[in-house]
Design a protein. Structure first.
Length: 313
């Protein structure tokens, strides 16, 4: 247990481990766990790849900024040599212009990101549609649908899914105007392409009405589940915490996805200013310890000597 945890956080973590032990006897046999490079914000790409592998974490969510700083070709070679799976590449999008470039530039950038994702063997490319800005709601939606439609066949040919990520409306309006399951499903329906799916960010969507019914409904359209916990009180958008240290029913949510037939990656991605200044080695050990608490003997990640599963959550 990290030394800087409060007594309340220790109790929460202990309770979380107890619940995972209770739930594991009923858990479906296949769970895939990954860790996003955002979680170890200040490490370099090379440090992430080496440390994740040494910690027994079987898959990595790659942040384009880190990869580009390291060098794409070198980075692709490093990942392939490491044996790590790649759960996602983040991000592309910004079709509404909120990121400071035009629609055409956003599409060109996303096509390049798709090619890199394919070379990495990534399951999906995370797409943030862009903020609404000065557009009407209808026009912003059309821009996102048009952008995704132009990219869908490229994604299919490359074997990479486009994972459209809704985000919490209080914090991420510049990233995307999509903040709910229904808004995102509306875009997916308009695109009507099997390569256009959803990135389910638990932090942003856990308070959706009828949450567990909705998970059952949407699981087949989810490309990746992103996991972090919600601290009470939340101090900023960069105050997420590790699974088990907050108030989100992550064990139950993970079970709901598995029971609904979801077999994609569960990727831990923690935006936390406090954790970004902490000991990353301890963060990885804590993640590994929580993974191991599940004790899933048939996890495909066991080939990397890691049981990085489900309710890391």
């Amino acid at each position: 247990m990290p030394e800087n945890l409060t007594s309340t956080e220790v109790v929460r973590a202990s309770d979380w481990e107890s619940r995972t032990r209770t739930a594991q006897s009923d858990a479906p046999p296949i769970v895939r766990l990954a860790l996003s490079e955002v979680t170890t914000y200040h490490w370099s790409f090379q440090e992430d790849v080496v440390a994740y592998r040494e910690a027994g974490i079987g898959a990595i969510g790659i942040w384009r900024t880190k990869l580009e700083r390291f060098g794409e070709e070198r980075g692709i070679d490093l990942v392939q040599e490491s044996g790590l799976e790649v759960s996602s590449l983040a991000w592309a999008g910004g079709f509404t212009g909120s990121a400071g470039y035009s629609f055409d530039e956003a599409v060109i950038d996303a096509r390049q990101a798709l090619r890199v994702a394919a070379d990495l063997g990534a399951d999906c490319l995370i797409v943030s549609g862009g903020g609404r800005g000065h557009h009407t709601a209808g026009h912003a939606r059309r821009l996102v649908v048009d952008g995704l439609t132009l990219l869908a066949e490229d994604a299919a040919e490359l074997g990479v899914q486009l994972a459209v990520q809704p985000m919490h409306h209080s914090f991420y309006r510049d990233w995307t105007f999509l903040s709910s399951i229904d808004q995102t499903l509306d875009v997916l329906t308009a695109c009507d392409h099997p390569s256009v799916r959803m990135a389910f960010d638990v932090f942003s969507l856990w308070r959706e009405p009828r949450l567990f019914d909705r998970i059952d409904e949407v699981a087949g359209q989810v490309a990746i589940v992103k996991l972090s916990d919600w601290r009470e009180p939340l101090r900023s958008e960069y105050d997420r915490c590790l699974p088990g240290d907050g108030v989100v029913p992550l064990v139950d949510m993970t079970q709901a996805f598995l029971n609904a037939g979801y077999r994609g990656q569960f990727e831990i991605e923690v935006w936390s200013e406090a954790m970004w200044e902490s000991d990353y080695g301890e963060v990885l050990r804590d993640c590994r310890r929580r993974f191991d608490a599940l004790g899933n003997p048939v996890s495909p990640l066991n080939r990397l000597s890691a049981n990085c599963e489900g309710p890391l959550f």
